[in-house]
Design a protein around this ligand. Structure first.
Ligand code: FPP
Length: 299
């Protein structure tokens, strides 16, 4: 299976791994500035800001994994004198647009923070609306996910989810499990600290660890052993984390995985977030120098 192989750790590519950004359109004038992703053709309005941004992107350095903290639905609604729930409804349009843009740009994993383990503190009506929107999204978009070769993956504590949502998520995960173009990873009832606790518990429950003496067991507890037991096991760590609505915090999201992730924050509320913001985030990401603790970037 593509997504759980070492493909993402720089291993060999398989013939089944489609490379979306390898085909460039070139109008013959300036091959660097005019190149554009074939998959973006027809998706971006000619002469628009989006098109200009797309031309700035180097297709050989697309972040493999983009994670998003979708924030500001409530404030967007408040700024328009609308109920908070309208903010969540409007946010679904951004979800659709960003899923499509990510895939067309060649992102391999898109993780959306849809509901945190702390979000249960919100009014019951808001919580039930969020789950209803998600179930509606899956019922309506399942064929689109299949047609576009997207795989759904859910991360978080599943046992705390409403039964109806759990059934729907299981159904679409199974339906899309062999798809390879992009993983759409939805974080639900998700908390970064809980994830690490669950990983450590799973490690302690591992019969090979339980069978060895405590002193030796310490030897098998390393970063890899924990990574392999996180909800995101098999996925690459995010290269880029986007947060909307101008807040400078990580809010218990992917705490382990974002150790070396580039963070990009926009003042736009999530319902305002469009493809031009996403493309701008990628342009800015490509200007960063990632050194991973070294004094120069890895060769
Ligand atoms: C943050 O805004 C947004 C959320 C907590 C939920 C976002 C979820 C969706 C748009 C549905 C996701 C569905 C799928 C299928 C991915 P906020 O309410 O915290 O806004 P505020 O900070 O302005 O109050």
């Amino acid at each position: 299976m593509l997504l759980e192989s070492d493909e993402y750790r720089g291993g060999p590519r398989r013939p089944s791994d489609r490379v979306f950004c390898s085909e460039l359109i070139n109008d013959g004038e300036n091959p660097y500035n005019v190149r554009m992703f074939k998959d973006l053709e027809g998706f971006l309005e000619p002469g628009s800001d989006e098109e200009r941004l797309a031309r700035e992107i180097d297709p050989t350095r697309i972040p493999q994994h983009v994670a998003v903290i979708m924030d500001g639905n409530g404030r967007w609604a408040k700024s328009r004198n609308l109920p908070r729930l309208e903010g969540h409804r409007a946010g679904m349009q951004s979800v659709r647009e960003i899923v499509e843009t990510s895939a067309r740009v060649g992102v391999k994993v898109l993780t959306l923070f849809a509901f945190s383990s702390e979000n249960w503190k919100r009014p019951e009506r808001e919580v039930s609306t969020l789950f209803r929107l998600m179930v509606d999204f899956l019922k309506k978009e399942d064929k689109v996910l299949v047609k576009n070769d997207f795989r759904l993956r859910v991360i978080g504590r599943r046992d705390g989810l409403p039964e109806k949502a759990r059934r729907e998520l299981d159904r679409v995960e199974t339906l899309t499990r062999d798809n390879q173009r992009m993983v759409l990873c939805i974080a639900l009832n998700y908390g970064g600290r809980t994830e690490i606790v669950d990983a450590v518990r799973s490690l302690l429950a591992d019969p090979t660890v339980a069978a060895i003496a405590a002193a030796d067991a310490a030897m098998v507890v390393d970063e890899d052993a924990i990574s392999r037991r996180l909800y995101t096991a098999g996925l690459p760590d995010p290269d880029l984390l986007i947060r909307t609505s101008g807040e400078f915090r990580v809010s218990n999201f992917l705490l382990w995985q974002i150790a070396y992730t580039e963070i990009w924050i926009t003042p736009a509320f999530w319902p305002e977030f469009r493809k031009r913001h996403f493309l701008q985030a990628i342009v800015d990401y490509q200007k960063r120098e990632r050194r991973f603790g070294d004094i120069q970037p890895p060769s």
